[in-house]
Structures are given as structure tokens and as C-alpha cells.
Design a protein around this ligand. Sequence first.
Ligand code: NAP
Length: 501
Amino acid sequence: MIQLRSYLGGQWLAGSGSPQTLLNPATEEPLANASSVGLDLRGALEHARTRGGPALRALTFAERGALLKAMADAMQGERDRLIELGIANGGNTRSDAKFDVDGAIATLLEYSEISKALGARKFLVDGEGIQLGRSARFHGQHIAVPRHGVAVHVNAFNFPAWGFAEKAAVALLAGMPVLAKPATSSAMVAHRIMEVLAAKKILPEGALSLLVGSPGELVSLLGAQDVLAFTGSGDTGVRIRSARNVIEFSVRVNIEADSLNAAVLGADVEPRSDMYELFLKDVVRDMTQKAGQKCTAIRRIVVPKDVIDEVKSDLIELLATVKVGNPADEDVRMGPLATASQLSDARSGIERLGGTVVFGDKQEKPAKGFFLSPVLVQSTGDAVHEHEVFGPVASLLPYSENPAQIVARGNGGLVSSIYSEDQAFVEQVVVEIAPHHGRVFLGHHKIELSPGPGTVLPQLVHGGPGRAGGGEELGGPRGLAFYVQRVALEGSRPVIQKLIG
Ligand code: NAP
């Protein structure tokens, strides 16, 4: 069996102690072992701070962007292998695995492009200079400089390539070294990416490290110049945020957590119209892509009460065509959940939602593999607004007047979507739901090749208030803000102007 190692302090190191076994979730075949026990995390962080940080800060944005392009090219060269690993270790269909790997490459390339506009500078100039007194010489200017710590990236299991790349792209472009910690259960993809990047020596020493296995004391070792970007469950997010050193040293933390994303169908949308078909297609894609294990997947399907029976029967008909099985088989459209505990959480979560299961067999127990069929629940209870079931599960909810009030009950989300051609309705719902979200997706059948609400694009911000963790990532150059310190320079105008170049 493969022994996964960590890449820390510029070396590949294996942990000791009893390892965690990574499985193929479709067959339960053991694929690899991983342990981080005994690894010198303090030393690894210091190596990144003292070697990787200065090396990156010595580069211009354009030079850092060239590194991102080289990372993307190296991953492109390894694309087939990464997809195979996503299928085997993640339970992804080929299409799911491509979504992850291609999304990772595209995000690196997007940030490489962004670097061109930032050009020959090594830090950001924030806005115009300001005359501060009667004399034009008394001048102010904001700049934003890379922090001198490490960007620690803790990722969820569902996007091992994209999660790694979307965070690394932004931090490296900003000029901070990265220590990435993939979720252990699906770490084979990120491990392979690190192997390729390390072998090709694309990045300066210390600029990129990988911790495979449990996080151990990692969070408790972070200090005032470090930042921590976390993606995962709300419960883990709370533990991280409340760590003593995080509070004491004001460690900058970004949390990307759970979300009860909603899709709203407007009352103007006629069944069988193009807009209606798009709505159904987006709901079914989000329920089944990656077996519903997407933070942005539609969890609440909010439809006018007059058409709920029609929507229900159409969704049931579409869900019944989804072949669930081992994703190594080409005709399978939905694979298993990632782990036994994800399956058990999803099953108990369905119970917790209450209501009536109108499609799917929540009790099915195949002999091998962590399979669950798509499950459609009809409910008007509170739990659908309170509990995220991280699997191919969504709830159908009726509205009679104002769907925005229903959507807002999710208490903060990553993305919700509206499908309507009634401009007044769209405006009203956008205004009411926007404060509760990081992104609002306006579905329209005339947008060609629309990726649907579940796809996170590097040009737009990702994150959301409340339950979603209160974080914000990506958004083009906006994403750099997390990794830099904004500083106000106050003094003589010629001195400041020379300094900023
Ligand atoms: P999780 O159990 O919270 O784990 C996430 C990551 O945190 C893993 O790398 C895990 O490591 C690590 N971790 C666990 N305990 C930790 C601790 N005390 N300190 C530091 N790190 C710790 O979440 P998951 O099951 O992987 O992911 C599913 C959840 O993530 C869902 O709720 C989903 O909504 C959310 N999610 C959100 C987004 C988003 O962008 N908002 C994206 C994807 C997923 P180990 O694997 O080694 O335990």
C-alpha cells in the first residue's frame, strides 16, 4: 500500500504512529496510509516563514504569476493521472474529477493573468494619494504588503485539487508561502500535485509545503503574521476560530463552512418553458454532481405552491435516470459519498430534516461502498433551514408570496439562485436575499453553457455570512486582501511617491 508523506521544510517526511487508511469509497479497497504523528510542524512553519516568504517577496507580481502558470502547466501535464486518483480516492465520476482538476488549473491560470496587470510591483498600491493638509507636501497613501508569516490552508475532502489550487494561487501571488493541509480521506490528489510540483522545482524552497494526515497542533502554532484559510464544516470552523492563540495573536482566519443554498423558481415561469427546464437541470446537476458533496449545491428548492406537484414529479422523473454506482464504470452518473462517516451523517441528516422522502431510498445498504441514491424531501419544518445534509439530498419547499423570507431562514449562505424573467420579482428577491449571501446566481436560459450556481468562478467572490463562515475568497484581485497588510503611509509626498514607484 502507498505510504503518503508530507512535504515539509523542503523534504518528504513520513509520520509515525498508527496511520489513517485512505479507501476507494466505491469498493472500500484500501489505497494508501497517512500519518502526521511526530512531524516537526513548528520547524516546517519556520522554514516557510524564513525561506519561502523572503523568496516570494523578492519577486514581482508578474514573476509570481509566472510561477502560477508553471504550476498550472505541470498540473495539466499530470491531468489524466489526477483524474484517475479523483475517481479512485474521491469516488468521483470522470466528469466530477475533471470539474475538480480543471477548476484548479483554470484558477491558477486566472491568477496568473491577474498578475500581469499588477506587473513589476512587489506590493499593492491601494487607491490614490491624498493631500492631508494645506500643504501639498503633507501626503497620505495606502499600500498593502505581503504578511511575513505562513498562509496555512486547511481544506475539505470534496475538492482536493481545486481547494488546494484556489487558495494557493491567491496566497502565492500575494507573496505569502503556503502550507496546505488537505482533508486526509481524499488526500491522494493533493499529494500527487505536490509530488509533481516538488519534482519540477517550480517554486522557491519553502514557498509550498504539504501536511498529509491529521492537523495535530498546527493551528496552535500560528502567530500574528500567519493567516489561516479553512474550508470545512461549521463545527471545525468554530474550534479553529476559538483557539487561544488565534484570539490572543489576532491570527487572521477565513472560514468557508456550511451552506443551505436555495434555488427559487419565479411564479412567472411556465412549466416546460426554457427557463423551467434550466431550473430543473441545475437542481438535478447540483444534487448529483460529486454526489451532492459541494458546498454550493442547491439544498432548498423553493417553488410556487401552485406548481410544487409538477416540479416534484419532473424532478423525480429526472432523478430516476441517474445511474448510481462505481464511478470507474463509464455509464455511472453519480458515485458514492467520500467516507463511511459521510454516509452515516447523510443518513441521519435525512432523518433530521423530517418531512416526507418523495424520492430515494434512505435505507439502502449495499454490501460495499458508501452509496446513497439521490434523495428528495418535501418538508415545511424548521430543520431544512438549519441542517446541511452533505450529500445528494435536497428539500422541496412551497411559497405563496415572498420566497426571499424562506431563503433568508438559511441564516447565511454561499449562493442562492433565482430563475425568473419578471424583472420586478428578480429585483425584489435580489435586494432581500443579497445581505445573506456571498453570491446570487440569476439563472437565464439564454446564457449559453451556463455552469449553474454550483460552480465557483475565480473572478467572483466565494464565501458567505453567518452559517457559511463569514469568509470571502477569490473575487479576482480582491482575494489578495486576505494575505496582505494594509498600511497607511503618512509623510512627505515626494518621499512617498518615490517609495511606491
Ligand atoms: P471537516 O471535518 O471540518 O474537515 C475539514 C478539514 O479540517 C480537514 O482537512 C480536516 O482534517 C481538518 N480539521 C479537522 N479538525 C481540525 C482541527 N481541529 N483543526 C484544524 N483542522 C482540522 O469538513 P469535511 O468533512 O472535510 O468537509 C465537509 C464540510 O465542508 C461540509 O460541511 C461542507 O459544507 C463544507 N465545505 C465548505 C466549503 C466552502 O467553500 N464553504 C467547501 C467545501 C466544503 P482531517 O481530514 O485530517 O480530519
